[in-house]
Design a protein around this ligand. Structure first.
Ligand SMILES: [Zn+2]
Ligand SMILES: [Zn+2]
Ligand SMILES: [Zn+2]
Length: 336
């Protein structure tokens, strides 16, 4: 039975801006009504006021904020009722009343199937298909799943990656894990900022948007515990770092840019690994005379030469189909 539903209607960046607005207005000991929320958000974003209000109402329907009637205590509006908006408590976030005091009211926004709220491909809200095998959700168009039969147990594109046939499919899990350990180590060294969890202290509303929080240290543990049967599965888990960054910090944030670079680097590593798993393993683990050990199947051996350098012995990894040129893996790599 295919499950299709709207997990959330509001856009994460709008909701986050509204969250900051409500917090800021409460901090100033004022009542967070529509007018003040609009003014606060527009100070930082050049969004259309109508869109902000539409998103505010979506976010209330999504259970991210709640409406409450406030009564004015001051001025000519004394005694007037006005609609105000409140932040909903999560385990770590604090609900503030109009006086900036916290209210110990426990309200979980979402207790359900445990699926993500945003599409894993485009990070937007709206009607999505729930994967039967993982917590990811996808828009139909993003999953390119235009025709799914009602009885199908729907498997998302990320889960299908594990079924791919490639040069590593026949390798035992321990060997795959060994190779991914080299990859994650290299990624950790380059992207040290992505090795830690996002701090809930600095981002108290993180859990409202992020369904599966992870970082390079968590993924390294998964690698060591042999949770990934293929480099593709590993890449899909790494993509959570980028997915979460786009949802919470937005497209242009430096954290997101870094996560994008992480995914590009990981893809390159995996491409190299798939080209010849033996070469990848040997050039990383570097046993004695590793370059003299043949791969399975063995490569053609050639002399490779770069401009104004002496020739080196090299293995041909692949040929470019049209130019007839070759991609070589030179013995110099591990030594330089
Ligand atoms: Zn999508
Ligand atoms: Zn899935
Ligand atoms: Zn090789």
């Amino acid at each position: 039975m295919v499950r299709v539903c709207v997990r959330r209607n509001s856009d994460s960046q709008h909701s986050r801006a509204i969250y900051e607005a409500i917090k800021g207005i409460c901090y100033q000991k004022q009542c967070p009504n529509e007018e003040r929320i609009l003014r606060f958000v527009l100070r930082e974003f050049d969004w259309k006021p109508a869109d902000i209000l539409k998103q505010l109402h979506f976010a209330v329907e999504d259970g991210l904020f709640r409406e409450s009637i406030a009564i004015s205590h001051k001025g000519s509006k004394k005694g007037n009722e006005q609609m105000s908006y409140r932040i909903i408590n999560t385990d770590n976030a604090v609900e503030l009343d109009a006086n900036g005091n916290s209210q110990a009211e426990e309200l979980r926004p979402d207790e359900d199937s445990g699926h993500d709220w945003y599409c894993f491909d485009c990070q937007e809200s709206g009607e999505v298909i729930l994967c039967e095998f993982c917590p990811r959700v996808f828009h139909r168009k993003c999953a390119k799943a235009h025709y799914i039969s009602q009885e199908e147990h729907w498997k998302c594109p990320s889960c299908k990656v594990g079924e791919e046939n490639n040069s590593m499919s026949s390798l035992p899990k321990e060997k795959v894990a060994k190779m991914l350990e080299f990859t994650i180590k290299r990624l950790r060294e380059k992207f040290s900022e992505l090795t830690k969890h996002v701090s809930i202290e600095h981002c108290p509303d993180y859990d409202l948007y992020i369904n599966h929080s992870t970082d390079l240290s968590c993924i390294e543990t998964d690698v060591v515990e042999e949770k990934f049967a293929s480099p593709g599965q590993f890449l899909e888990e790494l993509k959570y770092i980028l997915h979460n960054a786009i949802i919470y910090f937005g497209d242009d944030d430096e954290f997101t840019v870094m996560a994008e670079e992480l995914i590009e680097d990981a893809k390159q590593e995996i491409e190299e690994m798939l080209l010849c798993p033996d070469c990848y393993y040997l050039s990383n683990s570097k046993p004695k005379d590793w370059f003299c050990q043949p791969c399975n199947p063995p490569h053609e051996l050639v002399w490779a030469q770069m401009k104004s350098q002496p020739p080196w012995p090299a293995k041909v990894s692949s040929y470019f189909p049209f130019t007839g040129g070759g991609l070589v893996n030179s013995g110099a790599r591990g030594n330089s």
